[in-house]
Design a protein around this ligand. Structure first.
Ligand code: PMP
Length: 432
């Protein structure tokens, strides 16, 4: 209770009394002390009607977006390869819609599988170089369900402190012991494993290939050596690296010159470069077999991914088989963007060669209102990028998070970065 009081204030920490139990409806005031609630309220109050968060948009989002009928340069999408809405994806989706309708309408175990479910899984395994893959309705559930299912009592999970919420929740709901290591500090991981390995049955190390708030890349070669030395399993969330890293977009292993078999569990999502919605796990047939027939959240207790969603990602994978030009353009854009940002003396934090580039706000983001002010000025200049602050990122590390695509052009992001620099400077004058 004392810890709860510290975090959320007395009102939310108090145990539910018999009297309170009778008053069942949820009131906003029940959550008023939560930092998340306060942040959302501050942002809503700041923007009023014209709020760039959850803006009413039309059409697809990629290098541009249409909001309230006006065109913006957008840096807010995961459409890394610009293939959402492309002719090859549209044709595949329409054909599949006519054949199977818009929903799987059952779990694959009960209602049967469409051929396209397995075709997609085989294409994912082929793209990544694993024995097999298994898809589910979202990347979030793929992470949660896999970690929770595989790791139990007597086991240990060691995860990077910046891991995505879906990984953290998977760790939190598993019965295994959990420990964090400092972000991308593999020596810290090594030391933790040296101390802890012997006391546990199975050990799982969980990381992301590309960290979604910072755009930095894990050192896979070093990581694999560590996990082999300590006889641990390795799970890598490749949400932001498939279709992005490596000569042909095969992801982290291709980027690092390693084999897919060096990683025990590769997780990915269909919602980013693969132009769709859904998640997957790739690895050995033994792994996918366990997830397929026993783990809740894949084929059991959850509906199959809509066949149309499978068709969209399959079309992207087909394209990537013979054409890596978009991957190459994306990589050129990410390099040029970071170079320009650094020339303009903007702080790109930990950003590495990835399409996620934070621009750290420093003093221009030391309150929610200041961060919102920067976001609004950019929005008024038709630059669509949003600020992120605590609790999504650590305190004092508010940032604008830019996402690039293969379709952006240099004029577009040079303009956006120049405006960003001016806005950050002006914020200092306005808020002095
Ligand atoms: N992992 C990471 C690193 C992510 O960034 C995300 C989503 N942004 C997910 C998992 C969840 O994927 P999905 O959107 O498919 O649920």
């Amino acid at each position: 209770i004392e810890k709860l009081k510290e975090k959320y204030g007395a009102a939310n920490a108090a145990p539910v009394t018999a009297v309170q139990k009778k008053v069942t409806p949820i009131r906003e005031t029940d959550f008023a002390d939560w930092p998340e609630y306060q942040q959302v309220t501050a942002i809503e109050n700041f923007f009023g009607e014209d709020n760039p968060y959850c803006a009413p948009r039309e059409g697809t989002i990629g290098k541009t977006v249409t909001i309230d009928g006006e065109a913006f340069d957008s840096f807010c999408s995961y459409n890394y390869l610009g293939l959402n809405g492309s002719s090859q994806v549209k044709t595949a989706v329409i054909e599949t819609l006519e054949r199977h309708g818009s929903s799987a309408s059952a779990s694959r175990v009960a209602g049967g599988e469409c051929a396209i479910h397995r075709q997609l899984e085989e294409a994912l395994a082929d793209h990544l170089g694993t024995e097999d893959a298994i898809v589910t309705v979202g990347g979030y559930i793929a992470n949660m369900a896999t970690i929770r299912f595989l790791m139990g009592e007597y086991d240990l999970i060691v995860f990077d402190e910046y891991c995505h919420n879906s990984l953290v929740e998977g760790c939190a709901t598993s019965k295994a012991r959990r420990m964090q290591f400092r972000h991308n500090d593999l020596d810290h991981l090594d030391r933790l494993l040296s101390k802890q390995r012997e006391q546990h049955r199975r050990v799982l190390v969980v990381v992301e290939s590309v960290y979604s708030m910072d755009g930095d890349i894990v050192d896979l070669e070093k990581l694999v050596a560590i996990k082999n030395r300590h006889n641990a399993y390795l799970m890598v969330d490749e949400a932001h690296s498939i279709g992005v890293l490596g000569e042909t977009g095969r992801g982290l292993c291709e980027h690092a010159g390693m084999e897919a078999t060096d990683v025990d569990i590769i997780m990915g999502t269909l919602s980013k470069s693969l132009a769709s919605c859904g998640g997957f796990i790739a690895g050995s047939r033994a792994l996918t077999g366990l997830l397929r027939y026993i783990a809740p959240g894949f084929l059991l207790y959850s509906a199959g991914v809509p066949p149309t969603s499978c068709a969209a990602s399959l079309a992207v994978l087909e394209t990537l088989k013979t054409d890596n030009s978009r991957v190459q353009r994306l990589q050129a854009n990410t390099q040029a963007f970071r170079d320009i940002a650094r020339d303009l003396e903007l702080d790109t934090g930990l950003a590495d060669a990835t399409p996620i580039v934070p621009i750290m706000l420093g003093g221009a983001g030391d309150s929610v209102e200041k961060m919102a002010w920067v976001t609004r000025e950019l929005y008024r200049n038709r630059v669509h990028v949003v600020g992120i602050t605590y609790p999504v990122v650590p305190r004092g590390e508010a940032r604008l998070r830019f996402f690039l695509t293969s379709e952006h052009n240099e004029n577009q992001y040079r303009r956006a970065l120049e405006i960003t620099r001016q806005v950050i400077q002006r914020s200092q004058e306005v808020h002095a």
